[in-house]
Design a protein around this ligand. Structure first.
Ligand code: RB5
Length: 144
């Protein structure tokens, strides 16, 4: 079973706090990189540790949440080994794995319901990467 790293800023905390026990109930091991409350904090302080854990193989993949998802995505994608993809509905959750093989799923916590977050996470986890032309395309993402 996969080990999933998860992080969120203060805006992402309430959804993250509900996703963790739900994922564990499905049999996943979850490593929580914080934050641990709704007290205002800076998303990069939890995004970089999650990105490093994914790059170094300490976790298999990651989920990151902030208000819009953009701060997390911008920070995570500074790491060469990370493909962090923002998804706000289940179809984008499917495509971000099938076409982009996102190794971190980013959720805009202030713009989706918890139920929607669950559906996006479930879809992303269950969808396989299609490979083929998409493998060629993601191979061109890293900077030289
Ligand atoms: C926090 O107010 C908010 O700026 C943050 O959660 C995120 O949306 C940034 O991209």
């Amino acid at each position: 079973m996969l080990t999933i790293g998860i992080c969120g800023d203060h805006a992402g905390f309430p959804c993250k706090a509900r996703l963790i026990p739900w994922l564990e109930s499905k049999g996943f091991k979850v490593v929580d990189f914080g934050t641990d409350s709704e007290v205002s904090m800076d998303y990069a302080d939890v995004a970089h540790p999650l990105a490093l854990a994914v790059e170094q193989g300490q976790v298999d993949c990651g989920i990151a949440l902030c208000g819009t998802g953009n701060g997390m995505a911008m920070t995570l994608n500074k790491h060469q080994g990370i493909r962090a993809g923002l998804a706000w509905n289940s179809e984008i959750g499917r495509l971000v794995k099938a076409h982009n093989n996102a190794n971190i799923l980013v959720l805009p916590a202030r713009f989706i319901s918890y139920r929607m977050a669950q559906n996006i996470v479930r879809t992303w986890l269950e969808t396989p990467f299609e490979g083929g032309r998409h493998l060629r395309r993601i191979g061109k993402i890293p900077c030289a």
